[in-house]
Write a protein that binds this ligand. Structure first.
Ligand code: ADP
Ligand code: ZN
Ligand code: ZN
Length: 747
């Protein structure tokens, strides 16, 4: 008898285990297939993780006492199938990041299930009402309710009868989330195949000597199949992408395949077009903004072997390639390479797992490599490759830092310093373009009472509300939970009507910009202007055509963009990202500023960058102004060493959330106690006291965090896993406990 171990596609922790099913001889099944299996009263979707031959001698009825349920349906042949390698990768994700089988598998595939709300009828708990037929009552108890269809077809309940039972309270209605299988076609239609209409492919360029050296090292390593990891540090505009493209070409010549990861926000039409020009129909593109249908089409093109170059955001690391030779991670330092919802995986680690398995080469590219990557390169675990000069020796932009404290002292109220105003004027006079960067959207970010100093905060979260100008007036919005309300004219604390706006967002910058330069054509890009499908591309195209003078935006304009006529980059407030309570704040600020600077002077026009800040002496800002990576790295590394933070340690963080503050705190303290007790004898491990999270209340829940720092995950793994499972089991249903292994951002 064959027994299949099935992981069901449900995210609930209570069902996070493998379930054994007997496979009848009539059903042909393989590892990685999607199957519909009986589960309780219904059928659910699952994937085959293991197949074992149950011991013939022991069957039937001897040691095999458990009654196995039977797989009584054919596997779903049109569903995406998990290659054996990816089944093992799911097990790795579950073990490393403590996620469920369901979330691990769902993350690796295009959507297989869709949750739908369905109405179910239940027998009411309280007495009263008219008695229900015995058989129906039994059914409702056993299966915790029934659908309308079941009532009508199986129990012949008429519409009038149903209405009556609902009215007299014999039945109640509940709305339940039900999984639906997303049916897709496994093959792309001929019309989807772009090969037929593709223009001739673009030829590769002659590499500079620095590019050539990097390329040679990567190719030599591919020849060896030794799963080497490279850090490619190249200043912006030094031609990293060209090295990626040619390394991919090399892998294709050797009949190997490649994955090129880019941060979601950098995955613009520009980047995709560049890849399609080079590789045509062999490219598949995967990212979260694709329609469900396109996700399936692209996924199947990869699985079928039609596409062997995958360009995509984070989750493209799970692309079902079978002859992987090269994994490229562009802008390796980007925070979007860490998934902040379950499974909370780190792309670099998953990539490493796949590279190791396939003997593939991994390249982590960036102008500002993360401390984690650079530290490993320094220690010899990764190999460092550098591109020190921009292509054609185009100079990096000249950077000036403006001390906004002095501007204020001189009585300036404007968001724009004299230097930035002049810079803009100059740029416009020469009919060049400018990019203005500010990492905050909305109009003003704080509303403060002039009488008592109270800020307008979200009723559900401990964050201040941001003022947004809308077509019909102003609204206050919470950027954390989405709460929105009309403008408050009175202080909630003291009732005063003297309320003042502080802190500027992109909307206000735009507003002031147009007051200074009434004829200016501005394109604003932030979450608020790019929600519509295609808006992102449309706005960028508008700027690229020269239909706008200024591109103003949040971090979505910081990277990957390449515009010919941009000669000025202005950073409106460089310290917004410094004032975040996170040990990576300095690193993020440095990276962001260097990235933004890289947008200027990429072509003939020499570039200039003006950085406005209230912290002109901060080492992150000084080093960014000089584009001095080495100096920043040394300073930051010394600070991390002193604090015993990553890359010297790894951090795992638990988050405990509950409607009631003291309840959350109590459970957090208990978890912290337990963790400390289990780890007290382990060397080099610290468990910090439970404290309120950086945002102590969010979406109506009080949040506490428990943090552990350690040098080796192997030394803490089982303790962390046990404590987490135990806490989950003990927790009341309305308490939420999450764990983030190798947390990248810590409050
Ligand atoms: P990065 O990825 O490091 O920012 P890119 O690869 O985008 O740099 O290169 C910057 C610019 O230089 C692009 O316009 C690219 O087409 C051009 N370029 C890159 N390599 C070469 C080369 N070897 N010869 C000529 N132009 C090049
Ligand atoms: Zn007040
Ligand atoms: Zn909120």
């Amino acid at each position: 008898m064959i027994v299949a171990a099935i992981a069901v596609l449900m995210r609930a922790r209570q069902v996070d285990q493998l379930y054994d099913y007997e496979v009848p001889a009539s059903v042909d099944i393989q590892i990685g297939q999607c199957v519909m299996v009986p589960f309780g009263a219904r059928y659910v979707l699952g994937y085959v993780v293991r197949l074992t031959q149950a011991d013939q001698a022991a069957a039937p009825g001897e040691t095999q006492t458990r009654a196995l349920r039977m797989i009584d349906r054919e596997p779903l042949h049109d569903a995406p199938m998990l290659a054996a390698e990816l089944v093992e990768l799911a097990a790795f994700l579950r073990d490393r990041y403590m996620c469920t089988w369901g979330s691990a598998i769902s993350t690796m595939l295009p959507p297989v299930t869709r949750t739908k709300q369905k109405v179910r009828y239940r027998a009411s708990e309280q007495a009263g009402g008219s008695p229900l037929p015995e058989e129906l009552l039994r059914y409702l108890k056993r299966y915790r309710g029934a659908s309308r269809k079941t009532l009508v077809e199986r129990f012949q309940v008429s519409a009038q009868q149903l209405a009556k039972w609902l009215e007299d309270g014999s039945l109640t209605v509940v709305s339940e989330a039900v999984q639906k299988y997303v049916r897709t076609r496994a093959t792309a239609s001929a019309k989807d195949d772009p090969a037929a209409v593709d223009p001739p492919l673009e030829a590769s360029m002659t590499l500079s000597s620095e590019q050539q050296a990097a390329y040679d090292a990567v190719c030599a390593s591919m020849d060896q199949g030794a799963a080497q990891t490279f850090v490619l540090r190249g200043v912006t505009g030094s031609g990293k992408t060209e090295v990626y493209l040619q390394a991919i070409e090399y892998s294709l010549q050797r009949n190997l395949q490649a994955i090129m990861l880019v941060p979601e926000i950098a995955l613009t039409a520009q980047m995709t077009a560049r890849f399609k020009r080079r590789f045509g129909a062999r490219v598949a593109v995967l990212h979260s903004h694709l329609t469900e249908r396109d996700k399936h089409t692209e996924w199947h093109r990869i699985a079928n072997g039609q596409a062997d170059v995958v360009v995509g955001a984070r989750s493209a690391i799970f692309a079902p390639l079978t002859r992987l030779g090269l994994i490229l991670v562009d802008e390796e330092h980007e925070s979007s390479y860490k998934q902040e919802r379950e499974p909370r995986y780190v792309v670099r680690e998953v990539a490493q797992w796949r590279a190791q398995r396939a003997g593939a080469v991994m390249v982590l590219g960036s102008a500002t490599p993360s401390l984690d990557a650079m530290y490993r390169a320094e220690r010899g675990r990764y190999q460092l490759l550098t591109l020190n000069t921009r292509i054609q020796r185009r100079p990096l932009p000249e950077v000036s830092v403006v001390d906004m404290r002095q501007e204020v002292r001189r009585g300036g109220h404007s968001l724009f310093s004299g230097a930035l105003r002049e810079g803009l004027q100059h740029t416009l006079a020469r009919r060049e373009q400018a990019i203005l960067f500010l990492n905050r959207r909305g109009f003003s970010t704080v509303l403060l009472c002039r009488e008592c100093g109270e800020a307008a905060t979200c009723p559900h979260c401990d964050v201040s509300l941001t003022l947004h100008k809308t077509r019909d007036g102003s609204r206050l919005r919470c950027h954390f939970c989405g709460h929105s309300e009309g403008l408050r004219t009175q202080c909630a604390g003291c009732g005063s009507v003297r309320v003042r706006q502080f802190g500027a967002g992109t909307q206000r910058v735009e507003h002031e910009l147009l007051e200074l330069f009434p004829d200016l054509r501005v394109v604003r890009m932030d979450v608020d202007t790019t929600t519509a499908k295609g808006a992102h591309e449309r706005l960028l195209a508008e700027f690229e055509r020269g239909d706008a003078d200024v591109l103003l935006g949040t971090q979505m304009i910081a990277k990957g963009l390449d515009f010919e006529r941009v000669s000025l980059v202005g950073v409106v407030a460089a310290d917004t990202s410094l004032r975040v309570p996170d040990f990576r704040a300095a690193e993020r600020t440095f990276q962001l500023l260097v990235q933004v600077a890289g947008r200027a002077g990429r072509h003939g026009t020499p570039g200039r960058m003006i950085v406005q800040t209230f912290a002109p002496d901060h080492y992150a800002i000084l080093a960014a102004a000089r584009q001095d990576y080495g100096r920043f790295y040394e300073t930051e590394l010394a600070a991390r060493k002193m604090m015993d933070y990553p890359p010297f340690t790894e951090i795992t963080q638990f988050m405990i959330a509950h409607r009631d503050g003291p309840t959350a705190q109590r459970h957090a303290a208990a978890l912290q106690d337990e963790l400390a007790r289990r780890l007290q004898s382990a060397a080099g491990v610290r468990v910090l006291p439970a404290v309120p999270a950086a945002v102590p209340r969010a979406k109506g829940l009080y949040r506490y965090q428990v943090t552990a720092l350690y040098r080796s995950f192997a030394a803490v793994r089982s303790a962390v896993q046990d404590v987490y499972r135990h806490a989950q089991n003990k927790a009341p249903a309305d308490l939420s406990i999450t764990v983030d292994v190798n947390a990248h951002s810590v409050g």
